[in-house]
Design a protein around this ligand. Structure first.
Ligand SMILES: *[C@@H]1O[C@H](CO)[C@@H](O)[C@H](O)[C@H]1NC(C)=O
Ligand SMILES: *[C@@H]1O[C@H](CO)[C@@H](O)[C@H](O)[C@H]1NC(C)=O
Ligand SMILES: *[C@@H]1O[C@H](CO)[C@@H](O)[C@H](O)[C@H]1NC(C)=O
Ligand SMILES: *[C@@H]1O[C@H](CO)[C@@H](O)[C@H](O)[C@H]1NC(C)=O
Length: 266
């Protein structure tokens, strides 16, 4: 009897340790921390975020920098924000727009977590476009993006695979260097492209077919099969060494939305 209960206590103990050390990266955890980022940005207070004490990195427009001197130290009135979650990479992507202040912004931010600990942030990686950047007009961008449907894809059969999303993201960024890349992408017929504030529908229209020898590099991915989206932050080397975000949504195997944020003034 005594032996049995000791054995039980021991197995329960080791099971608990095991459960803690192999905790999953959850969608809920990622989205809760993405929300804390939007709240911190609204307040202009870095102190609202739980940053890793040992190894935290802040990057703005592809440069490692001091978070206390970055965008998060100023309060912005956020008109719209949307977040996606990647439980495999344990990362989230948040897009936000602030159109009303003296300094309008359209921003794409990837947040990464070490050891599946979604409560603690190890990297904030932000691409922030403002007046003077490529096709920049936050009011116009907001007008297009707020009417789009970015709800979860309810039918699991209509969700694209991680592999397809990665392929579409890479195919898009390869169009400037690879003449065949544009035709490798499954364009939807009712698909809209919002590049800065420049609008194209259908989005498979007027695309580059190679021409540059400089590949768009330093690609960082957030892939969300539930929303059906991929966001790639990169250096847009084909046109200039520009910090850039390309976000693409795929529904029923076809591209539905493309958003780009491109910073020219660095
Ligand atoms: C992290 O979470 C993912 C799924 O969310 C899981 O597949 C993976 O095994 C976890 N990694 C560790 C080291 O626990
Ligand atoms: C610190 O963070 C960097 C970048 O996020 C990562 O490459 C490195 O492995 C981390 N180091 C430790 C000791 O966790
Ligand atoms: C931005 O677009 C809006 C709506 O189309 C327009 O009214 C406004 O003048 C534009 N702003 C600038 C700075 O071009
Ligand atoms: C998922 O279902 C909700 C509620 O029925 C609906 O509003 C939404 O448009 C659906 N989303 C997609 C992407 O089909």
């Amino acid at each position: 009897m005594l032996q049995t209960s000791i054995w039980r206590a021991l197995t329960t103990f080791s099971w608990t340790i095991n459960a803690v050390s192999s905790a999953d990266c959850t969608r809920e955890g990622l989205l809760a921390t993405a929300k804390s980022y939007v709240d911190a940005q609204t307040a202009g207070k870095v102190s609202g975020l739980k940053l890793a004490t040992a190894n935290f990195t802040y990057q703005q427009n592809n440069k490692v920098s001091d978070i206390n001197k970055g965008l998060l130290s100023t309060a912005y009135k956020i008109d719209l924000s949307r977040s996606t979650a990647d439980t495999v990479a344990c990362a989230s992507y948040t897009m936000w727009i602030s159109s009303s202040g003296s300094k309008p912004y359209v921003v794409g931010t990837q947040i990464r977590h070490a050891n599946n600990d979604t409560a603690t942030i190890s990297l904030i990686d932000t691409v922030a476009a403002t007046t003077g950047d490529l096709f920049f007009n936050a009011t116009k961008t907001l007008g297009y993006i707020k009417t789009e449907d970015w709800s979860n894809i309810n039918s699991t059969g209509s969700r694209p695979s991680r592999e397809l999303l990665k392929k579409v993201g890479d195919g898009y960024l390869d169009m400037w260097t690879d003449s065949k890349a544009a035709d490798s992408i499954p364009w939807g017929t009712d698909c809209e492209r919002v590049e800065g504030s420049s609008y194209t529908n259908p989005c498979g229209k007027s695309l580059p077919h190679g021409g540059s020898t400089k590949a768009n590099g330093n690609r960082r991915y957030v892939i969300d099969e539930v929303i059906g989206s991929v966001d790639v932050l990169c250096e847009f080397t084909s046109l200039g060494p520009w910090p850039d975000s390309h976000e693409i949504r795929v529904i029923d195997g076809k591209v539905k939305y493309v958003h780009t944020i491109t910073v020219m003034k660095m």
